[in-house]
Write a protein that binds this ligand. Structure first.
Ligand SMILES: [Zn+2]
Length: 250
């Protein structure tokens, strides 16, 4: 079986055949972990042999325990994860359809599932070893190379299932968050604990509840396709052996 070291968590809505861009579907798997089932994960292989795991990922009520997702990735031998999510543009400079590269996060989630160290008095220090951020600097740089004009900043990760209120949008903005997303946190922290590189990309699908509503003009669909077109190049870059330090603290 081809050896895939990259997993792409796809939390955006795409037409059924869009992910054929990453190659032919050769296998689907559901992985049983101590935290429940993860998957199905699809193994896709390009004509040149480049193999990538792809998992549809959604923050709706059926949401998998985030620990199952990251634990399963490690069981499969995954060393790097790209999480591509849709999110709410809190920063007034962000427009609908824009891709946003995440370089840090604020957690607004249920804290029972945000660490593998639940028996330990304290989880990992995210600032240890001069990592500075839980997001992989190398994967983040590769995203920047592929999307040179894309804005970059802080995601607030929430796990409530409704839209934010206008007051919450203003508060999150005051915290320093640029986008609100439902699928990136705590996965990023869990990946960091297991030494797996993790990168976050958010396509802005709506504006914060305190911002004036704008009519849609198909910009979301266009930019989703533009990102899909970049995925094979990203997969090739991200499947090279890492030179970052994300896996070095285990
Ligand atoms: Zn890394």
């Amino acid at each position: 079986m081809p050896n895939a070291t990259l997993l792409i968590l796809v939390a955006v809505l795409l037409p059924p055949r869009a992910l054929d861009a990453l190659g032919q579907l050769v296998e689907e798997r559901v992985i049983l972990t101590p935290y429940g089932e993860a998957g199905p994960l699809a193994l896709r292989v390009m004509p040149d042999g480049l193999a990538t795991w792809v998992q549809p990922y959604s923050g709706l009520p059926t949401r998998t325990d985030p620990r199952a997702t990251i634990y399963a990735a490690r069981q499969l031998g995954v060393r790097r994860i790209l999480n591509w999510d849709m999110g709410i543009g809190l920063n007034t400079l962000l427009q609908r359809g824009e891709p946003f590269i995440v370089d840090d996060y604020i957690s607004w989630v249920n804290h029972q599932a945000d660490t593998f160290f639940s028996e330990a008095p304290m989880g990992m220090d995210v600032n240890a070893a001069n990592l500075r951020t839980a997001f992989c600097p190398e994967l983040t740089r590769q995203l920047r190379e592929l999307m040179p004009g894309a804005p970059q900043g802080v995601v607030l990760g929430a796990d409530f299932l409704r839209r934010e209120t206008a007051a919450e949008a203003r508060m999150f903005r005051m915290f320093g968050a640029d986008v609100l997303s439902y699928n990136l946190v705590p996965e990023v922290a869990l990946a960091q604990e297991l030494g797996i590189c993790y990168a976050g990309l958010v396509t802005v699908s709506a504006l914060g509840a305190d911002r004036p509503a704008v009519a849609a003009h198909g910009e979301l669909r266009q930019t989703l396709h533009a990102v899909v077109d970049l995925l094979p190049t990203f997969a090739a870059m991200a499947s090279q052996p890492p030179t970052c330090h994300c896996g070095k603290h285990e």
